[in-house]
Design a protein. Structure first.
Length: 80
């Protein structure tokens, strides 16, 4: 496993619960519902793929992109 892959895995361990907590707070869902909301998204699939590098994005940006996806069925990733 490469160093980037290790960092990716570590990052996901903190980002997923943080984004789920934002979903829970802002969308009247319990934590399990928030996780399901996240896990069924394209953003989550992209987040799991280390090569996309979106795991570098802040938790707030990831949440905003997820809400964009849920509202419009598409994600416009910023160029960073």
């Amino acid at each position: 496993m490469t160093e980037a892959e290790k960092l990716h895995r570590i990052s996901l361990r903190t980002k997923i619960p943080a984004v789920a907590a934002m979903i829970e707070k802002n969308n009247a869902l319990d934590f399990n519902g928030a996780l399901k909301f996240l896990y069924t998204s394209q953003l989550f699939k992209d987040l799991e793929d280390e090569k996309t590098k979106i795991w570098h994005f802040s938790n707030v940006l990831l949440y905003d992109l997820l809400m964009q996806e849920k509202l419009t069925s598409k994600i416009d990733y910023p160029d960073v």
